[in-house]
Design a protein. Sequence first.
Length: 344
Amino acid sequence: MKSVTLKDVARAAGVSYSTVSRALSGSPQIGRDTRERLLRLCDEMGYTKNYVARSMVMRRTELIGLVVPSIDNPFMAELAYHAEMSARARGYNIMLCNSGPDLRQEKTAVKLLAGRQVDGMLIVPQEHQSCAELQPYTEQVPTVFLSEDLRDAPLSCVTTDNAGGAYLAMEYLHSLGHREILYFGRRSSVTHQLRAQGYLRACRDMGLTPRIVDNAQSSSSVAGGYQLARELFEKPLDYTAVLASTDSNALGLLRAADERGLRIPEQLSLVGFDNISAAAMPRIDLTTVEQSKRDMALQAVEILLDKIERGTQGYVHQVLLPSLVKRGSCRPLTAAGAAADGRP
């Protein structure tokens, strides 16, 4: 099979190679009718740019590598979507890699992208320590990390105030009259340790007794939340509200609660974290802490392109402020709580 070249298009159109080239580049030397005719012919013949040859001339591939633990995770899927849209708006394409739960695979993915000569990389690291393992490659290719808080490392990252987000959720539950609030989910990454710290600080400030159920998993998932909640619901329900470390864990808890006949929010109030798209579905209607996937992706791409196009040195730590999205998974326990909830 032979690829269609500009010379093939020029021959079919009965024009010179340079005329076709100028038409594709948008040169004002080519009239509108001629340009439209040539572009239509390119589509009909199946012509595509030779990006390999172009990158050799320009010394740039216009490719950005994106590494996420798993595109199955709704948060990662939404983050990847916004990263691609932001990069495309600036003339770059995304090469997506799933690192999976294996740190060796994460390193393999980053090594692959560096070998493919991507102009830059966006990485959601498996864990805090993996950044050091990736350093030999991130020193060669401009890189920005997403989601994980790397405030103690000389690396560029965009993250959310995770501790502040958990504290915000606790303030809301406390205002509704809840005093027995359980923290539900993982603490195996710095991101989730910060969320747990926000919960613990709120308990201390509000005079509450901390209660943490940790699934000790390396990733958040609906299945992990479901299994942990099944074990949790085997014991007496001596708490009135749950703060889940992620929306995925909250969805797993909702499934387990449904199987047990436990009504949300009538018997148990629930708050998630992330505000994935499924959280807004009518049968779920989950109150959650929003960390903007769009803003995170947009700012990470902007920082990365500064490095690529302007050669910006040093590093940037960008921490985004979270917000609370109130839906129907929480119930006030007092009249004062009903007023704080703002619901009829």
